[in-house]
Design a protein around this ligand. Sequence first.
Ligand SMILES: NC(=O)c1ccc[n+]([C@@H]2O[C@H](COP(=O)([O-])OP(=O)(O)OC[C@H]3O[C@@H](n4cnc5c(N)ncnc54)[C@H](O)[C@@H]3O)[C@@H](O)[C@H]2O)c1
Length: 248
Amino acid sequence: MSNVVVITGAATGLGRATALKLAKQQYKLMIVDFNEVEGQNTANMAVELGAEAIFVKADVSNEEDVKAYVAKAVEKFGTINYFLNNAGIMVPFRLVHEYDASEYDRIMNINVKGAFLGVKYVIPVMLENGGGTIINTVSSNSFKPTAYNGLYAATKHAVNGLTKSIGQDYQAKNIYAVGVAPNNMQTNISAGAAVTLNEEIGTAIQLTTPPNISATAEEVAEAMIFAMNNGKLLTGSTINCAGGQILL
Ligand SMILES: NC(=O)c1ccc[n+]([C@@H]2O[C@H](COP(=O)([O-])OP(=O)(O)OC[C@H]3O[C@@H](n4cnc5c(N)ncnc54)[C@H](O)[C@@H]3O)[C@@H](O)[C@H]2O)c1
């Protein structure tokens, strides 16, 4: 099998950390993100590490952008062996009834529709290719919500469902889907949520979060690569990176 990886949300955080580890292993990389400056920086860093890597600017929630990045990957590398469906956002911490419909639309469009559009256009390439492995970045919030995080939890439960469905429905076609669920990972994503953080919300979050070991993006990137290498074994399941929190 060739080694072409398309990874979304790779301008920063987990996506970048995974891309750079893969670059050291000579994977061919397409970095997809709507952050043009940092996305291009990730691609440049991957090239410096010896990989063939390109950056494509795309909003994962925009169907035309998704079609374009998938087409570009096929044009440039011939196929897609691994798809890391990783881009995601958080919205401000609120109780569910306090959210505006616009916040619902924004997080659903990026976290759920973006993940769906990715697999919608990548799976036909994998079918043509005889198989492939999809890694969906989910969350401990795919299993159990933290306080004041209901919309984010809803999106990550949805992507967990997508992972299970792909795992179930494509076994005979050699297409595998594995979830990787970070929990308390040191990246910038929570800045989008923390704008509403106050003492009451902070206490509620602590009360709904059992003790756990936090992780760096580099550590969780190891789980992403393990999932890539073991798609057949793990398909339909999710690797829980919650560091001691027991999530069922
Ligand atoms: N950090 C955590 O504790 C944590 C916990 C559980 C799950 N996650 C998940 O990990 C994944 C990666 O997040 P991270 O923690 O590395 O944060 P991050 O903010 O560093 O990375 C997210 C990336 O997605 C990109 N992105 C966001 N919306 C996009 C869009 N519409 N189109 C294209 N790119 C877009 C951002 O530009 C960024 O590069 C996300 O799916 C997130 O939900 C993170």
